[in-house]
Design a protein around this ligand. Structure first.
Ligand code: NAP
Length: 302
């Protein structure tokens, strides 16, 4: 890749939150061709107006995938949002890796999960571990971005906690280096557009690992309400979610993150966001402060 021949970059899952933000960042910074692959190209009309080539593809239909990936140097494989259907997501990702190799893609960037190895209790970890294995078994180069838990997901819990005065979790004293989706998008766009050749695994994390008690304290500061951390047994957490209307299999998947946190799987802080992007990752307190108006509306509406 030289300035005269900027690489052709492709983003899968391009109409999702992460995919759209990565496309925006590439349009700002990348001189070469940008290809967006999605099940619904109509949703990307705004990007097409700015020169992005939109192609239709579905990881559940592997036969068409290699054609959608043709002519591409580097590909961002965004993990799909399929959960609760054992085996389906890994099958999708394996199909995408195989198609990328068949299409002659040189480098795949993949959005994985922190510590996805076989000892992880997190229900979705095997999808990520299996995808990393598929990349390792391929002939391609890759960058695995092991994203920590999105800070963005805390907003709902914070407003609920502020309303109830209690922050419930089965994560014990475990810590998590929450990372914003924006930082994940910035890191993914930078890794995709970089000239890095070879294979590397990077932990994409926020600047500090926080306990649930520390989160409760941040929730209290930002909302002005008293919030106390209440540690729960895993089964109690699952029962509470089921009573609140969640199907038990989904409640078990969500609760498995608490077990992972309790076991220290998410207690990983790295400099990768800054190394890739040149900017420091956003802290939980900074992110939630920027969301304060929305949070307070949610507290009032609960
Ligand atoms: N680290 C975390 O805390 C965290 C939290 C939530 C999610 N995630 C993971 O990160 C990914 C990106 O996050 P996000 O916020 O952008 O999620 P999102 O907005 O829900 O996007 C999910 C993406 O999955 C793609 N997808 C679903 N089914 C597909 C299929 N059959 N074939 C190809 N693509 C398919 C969709 O692509 P199209 O609709 O464009 O085809 C969509 O863009 C998620 O999918 C999930 O794997 C991580």
């Amino acid at each position: 890749m030289t300035e005269n021949h900027p690489s052709t970059l492709l983003v899968t899952g391009a109409s999702g939150h992460l995919g759209r933000r990565v496309l925006e960042l590439l349009l700002e910074s990348h001189a070469g061709t940008v290809v967006a692959v999605t099940r619904t190209p109509d949703k990307l009309a705004d990007f097409r107006q700015h020169g992005v080539i939109a192609r239709q593809a579905d990881f559940d239909q592997p036969a068409s995938l290699a054609a959608s990936f043709a002519g591409v140097d580097r590909l961002l494989l965004i993990s799909t949002d399929v959960v609760g259907e054992p085996g389906r997501r890994l099958k999708q990702h394996r199909a995408a890796v195989k198609a990328a190799e068949e299409a002659g893609v040189k480098h795949v960037v993949y959005t994985s999960l922190i510590n996805p190895g076989p000892d992880s209790p997190v229900a979705i970890a095997p999808d990520h571990h299996g995808t990393e294995e598929a990349l390792a078994a391929s002939q391609m180069d890759w960058t695995v971005l092991r994203n920590n838990i999105y800070t963005d997901l805390l907003s709902g819990s914070i407003s609920r906690a502020a309303q109830m005065g209690q922050w419930f979790s089965a994560a014990g004293n475990g810590k998590t280096a929450y990372v914003t989706r924006e930082d994940c998008a910035q890191a993914a766009a930078a890794a995709l557009a970089s000239t890095f050749v070879g294979r590397r695994t990077l932990d994409i994390t926020g600047p500090a690992a926080l306990s649930q008690a520390e989160l409760a304290a941040i929730a209290a500061t930002i909302t002005g309400q008293q919030v106390t951390y209440v540690p729960l047994e895993l089964e109690t957490l699952i029962t509470n979610m089921v009573n609140a209307g969640l199907p038990r299999p989904i409640a078990e998947i969500l609760a498995s993150f608490d077990t992972g946190i309790a076991q220290g799987k998410f207690d990983v802080v790295s400099s990768a966001v800054e190394d890739l992007t040149g900017r420091k990752p956003t802290s939980v307190a900074e992110f939630l402060a920027s969301q304060r108006d929305i949070l307070m509306q949610k507290v009032e509406n609960h």
